[in-house]
Design a protein around this ligand. Structure first.
Ligand code: PAF
Length: 280
């Protein structure tokens, strides 16, 4: 596995692979890799000759007071996992490699970036859209792989690819869960033992709401309110719990058939997100 820390070395590796006619998949990550990331790599492996994984804790997608400084950085173990997963190149740039000190260009998908996670994390999706655009320009992959756990992020990136005509096929990969249902996330490591026991209730609330909808209930606001109450009683501070149309994340109407329920809630200072996507 090539370990690439500069833009030049990445471009060189990509050029060599391209010359040989290889097709390339990109898996963008912020490191601290878990089984969910490995699933992304496995999916990429099936679609491409060469798989590049980027590990970059992107400062522009963190707001003031968020966990940029404390975000878990586990480069050695990450590299071991990627090697075991037969990754061809890992791109580990410094902040200086990715952003000139006076870099001011921002890519924004305003229609999807101010709601749900974007409402409490102002600028977050601009940071994501900007860094993903840069990674697409650097790697020029044929395909790119993102987890469905970050459903809104995937929607933002889908819009970005469509609106800017990136020749990249996007693949959403199904969320990997712990045995008790908790969606795998690097931020789960922030949970205390007691919070870790409560955390799977977020997924339970989502599954319960899905069951209620599939049994024919259509009062979206009631379903959302009940879930918020359930989560509050369990000790969460819910941020949003929203039944949406899967295609554009607008509030679901009774006639919509492809749905996603998006949720974010804090346990202490740890913010968890999850979703369930289904048809009715
Ligand atoms: O999902 C993530 O880990 C990040 O938001 C991403 C897509 C790698 C961009 O920094």
């Amino acid at each position: 596995m090539l370990s690439l820390t500069t833009v030049e070395s990445l471009r060189e590796a990509v050029k060599t692979w391209r010359t040989k006619g290889n097709c390339i998949a990109l898996v963008p990550t912020m490191g601290n890799l878990h089984a969910g990331h490995v699933k992304l790599v496995e999916a990429a492996r099936k679609k491409a000759d060469k798989v590049v994984v980027s590990i970059f804790v992107n400062p522009t997608q963190f707001g003031a007071g968020e966990d940029y400084e404390t975000y878990p950085r586990t480069e050695k173990e990450d590299k071991r996992k990627l090697e075991a997963a037969a990754v061809d190149g890992v791109f580990l740039p410094s902040v200086r490699q990715m952003y000139e000190p006076d870099a001011g260009t921002v890519v924004s998908v305003p229609t999807l970036s101010g709601v749900y996670c974007g409402a409490s994390r102002r600028g977050h999706f601009d940071g994501v859209a900007t860094v993903v655009t840069k990674l697409f320009n650097l790697v020029q992959p044929d395909s790119a792989f993102f987890g469905e756990k970050d459903f809104q992020q995937l929607a933002v990136i889908r819009a970005l690819v469509r609106d800017l005509n990136f020749p990249v096929t996007l693949h959403g990969v199904v969320t990997v869960r712990e045995a008790d249902g908790l969606a795998m996330s690097s931020r789960n490591s922030y949970l205390s033992a007691q919070q870790r026991q409560v955390a799977p209730l977020l997924y339970q609330a989502l599954c319960q709401a899905r069951t209620t909808i599939l049994s024919g209930a259509s009062a979206r606001a009631d379903i959302e309110r009940q879930a918020v109450l359930f989560l509050q009683e369990a000790g969460f501070q819910p941020e949003y719990f929203s039944v949406c149309r899967a295609s554009d994340l607008k509030p679901a109407a009774d006639t919509d058939t492809e749905l996603v329920i998006l949720a974010a809630a804090k346990l202490g200072t740890t913010r968890l997100i999850d979703n369930v996507c289904f048809s009715r």
